[in-house]
Design a binder for this molecule. Structure first.
Ligand SMILES: *Cc1c(COP(=O)(O)O)cnc(C)c1O
Length: 338
C-alpha cells in the first residue's frame, strides 16, 4: 500500500495507476482496455461536449477491518446508469460489463485503497460519454465508457456532525419533467451557482424545493433528503429527484430497525415537524442537518445542533454493512479483494 496521509485527503483528484475503458462502435461494446493515460483523445464535435451526452456514477471501495475490500450495491449503480442511458439516448452498459470493469479497476489500483483506520476510501467514478462527431442535435453513434478511481478522505474529519443548509428559490437544479432523475453533468452545471451562493453565505449546501410550485421538498444539493418524526422515516417523492442508492438502503435499514417508512410529497411546512433531518448520499452516507434557513421568509427549521439518535443509528448500521462489521442480510456488498 502507498504510504500516504490518507486521513487528510480531501475530496479531490489524485492520479492512480490505471483506468479501464470500453468503446461502443458499430452497435456494440468492444473489449475492456486498461489504460494509464489520464487524458482522452476526443473529437472536438463529440456530442458529450456540445449536447451533454454525459452520464456518471459514484461509488466507493472500502478496505474493511477483516482485511477484505468491499464495494456496495454496484448492481444498483449499473441499473441507475442504464436508466440514465435510456433517458438521454445512449446505449446501455450491461450490469455484467459494469461490474467486471469496477472489479478490474479496483484490483488494478489496490495500492491506493486507503487504510480502514484512516476513514478514507477509494472513490470509483464510472463515466459514459458520446464521442462521435455530430453537429445537428442527435445522439452520437459512438461512446466511451470508462472508470477511474481516486482516494478520498473521510467526509467527517472531526467525527459525525450536523451542518446548516439553505433553501434557494432563485435557481432550479432540474425541471419537473427534465433530467433530474438521471445522473448527468447538466444537472450539476445547473446547480453550481446556487451551491456557490450557499457556500458564500456559510451553509454546507443549497436546498431545493420543487421547481414548479416551490411548495414541496426536493433535494439537498447533490444528496437526497430524509426527515424523522414519530418513529417514521420520511423522504420526498417527486419527478426531479435523483434516486439515491444510499437513501434506498436507508429506507430498508429504517424498516429493519422498526421505523415506518414513507416516500411521498413533503410540503415545506412539514419541515417544522421533523425531530431529525439529514442529507444522504455515497459521499457522507448521512450528513445530518442542524438547521435549514428559508431566507425569503426568514423561517429557520431546527433539527438539533448534534446528530439525533436515529440518524446516528442509521449511519452506524449502513457503515457497518459497508465495512463488513454488521451482517449484510440483504446481500448488498461484494468482496472485490479477499
Ligand atoms: C448521486 C446523487 C445522489 C446520491 O446518490 P447515491 O447513490 O446515494 O450516492 C443524490 N442526489 C443527486 C442529485 C446525485 O447526483
Amino acid at each position: 500500500m502507498k504510504e500516504l496521509d490518507w486521513a487528510n485527503l480531501s475530496f479531490g483528484y489524485m492520479k492512480t495507476d490505471y483506468n479501464v475503458r470500453c468503446n461502443y462502435r458499430d452497435g456494440k461494446w468492444g473489449e475492456i482496455e486498461v489504460s494509464s493515460d489520464e487524458y482522452l483523445n476526443l473529437h472536438m464535435a463529440a456530442t458529450c461536449l456540445h449536447y451533454g451526452q454525459e452520464a456518471f456514477e459514484g461509488m466507493k471501495a472500502y478496505r474493511c477491518p477483516d482485511g477484505k475490500v468491499r464495494v456496495f450495491r454496484m448492481d444498483e449503480n449499473a441499473a441507475r446508469l442504464q436508466s440514465t442511458c435510456r433517458g438521454i439516448m445512449m446505449p446501455e452498459v450491461s450490469t455484467e460489463l459494469f461490474e467486471e470493469m469496477v472489479k478490474k479497476v479496483v484490483r488494478l489500483n489496490q495500492e491506493y485503497i486507503p487504510t480502514y483506520e484512516s476513514g478514507a476510501t477509494l472513490y470509483i467514478r464510472p463515466l459514459l460519454i458520446g464521442t462521435s462527431a455530430q453537429v445537428g442535435v442527435h445522439p452520437a453513434s459512438e461512446y466511451c465508457f470508462l472508470i477511474f478511481v481516486t482516494p478520498v478522505g473521510p467526509y467527517f474529519k472531526g467525527g459525525f456532525a450536523s451542518n446548516p443548509y439553505v433553501i434557494v428559490r432563485d435557481y432550479d437544479r432540474a425541471a419537473p419533467l427534465g433530467t433530474g432523475t438521471y445522473k448527468v453533468g447538466g444537472n450539476y452545471a445547473a446547480s453550481l451557482k446556487a451551491n456557490a451562493i450557499a457556500h458564500e453565505k456559510g451553509y454546507a449546501s443549497e436546498f431545493y424545493l420543487d421547481s414548479k410550485e416551490k411548495k414541496y421538498v426536493d433535494e439537498c444539493g447533490a444528496a437526497n433528503f430524509f426527515g424523522i418524526k414519530n418513529n417514521t422515516y420520511v423522504t420526498p417523492k417527486s419527478t426531479s429527484i435523483l434516486p439515491s442508492i444510499t437513501n434506498k438502503s436507508l429506507m430498508q435499514i429504517a424498516e429493519d430497525l422498526g421505523l415506518k417508512v414513507e416516500r411521498r410529497p413533503v410540503p415545506e411546512e412539514e419541515l417544522d415537524t421533523f425531530e431529525e433531518a439529514g442529507a444522504c448520499g455515497t459521499a457522507a452516507v448521512i450528513s445530518p442537518i442542524s438547521y435549514l434557513d428559508d431566507l425569503d421568509t426568514g423561517k429557520r427549521y431546527n433539527f438539533g445542533e448534534k446528530p439525533g439518535p436515529w440518524s446516528k443509528k442509521l449511519y452506524d448500521t449502513l457503515r457497518g454493512i459497508q465495512y463488513g462489521t454488521i451482517e449484510d442480510k440483504h446481500g448488498w456488498t461484494t468482496v472485490v479483494i479477499e
